[in-house]
Design a protein around this ligand. Sequence first.
Ligand SMILES: Cc1cc2nc3c(=O)[nH]c(=O)nc-3n(C[C@H](O)[C@H](O)[C@H](O)COP(=O)(O)O)c2cc1C
Length: 187
Amino acid sequence: MSSEDLRVATIVGSVRNGRFGHHVGAWVDKQLSQASVDLDMIDLADLSFPDTMDAHPDAASFAERIGRADAVIVITPEYNHSFPGPLKTAIDTVRDEWRAKAVGFVSYGGMAGGLRAVEALRLVFAELHAVTVRDTVSLHNPWGPAADPEVEYPDQAAGEALRTMTRQLLWWASALRIARHVDPYPS
Ligand SMILES: Cc1cc2nc3c(=O)[nH]c(=O)nc-3n(C[C@H](O)[C@H](O)[C@H](O)COP(=O)(O)O)c2cc1C
């Protein structure tokens, strides 16, 4: 079994003009870049997905990147108590590559901090045979503090939550990588 660094893909799941999501993505990527992982930062705004399930270069490349990853961190806002449609399209473009992979979440939104989007995503990833990590990072009303240069945001508590989630994610990623190697996941 190779001892090479675990491969972690981060996905920024919001694509709309004026989105806040890329700030959250940049924060996550900066924190993760301090860990000994092979990081692949995927911004869905850089990709275009087909409105059919037909082959498409961006969809194929996205599937290949998920296939390479041992773990994925999905960064999602909450839209109407769920997650964005383009994120669902991207997830649905991939199938077997999700199997027996570890998936963690960083969410943001109003008072609920995007947690309803995360709970909706757990159902989707269960269907895809992925393993979602119990602990999450949720940012509540992050817009104001982020715009104030006097305020450190995400704050220390968010940073600690991200470290905890990442430790759990990497534990699962390592265990699942070994398990996939020893005995391929049954399809
Ligand atoms: C269509 C839409 C629906 C939203 N619904 C919710 C919601 O149900 N709960 C919530 O806390 N925030 C909601 N929000 C606020 C978003 O979480 C917030 O605008 C966030 O910044 C969106 O992420 P983005 O800027 O990266 O697109 C909604 C925003 C939009 C645009």
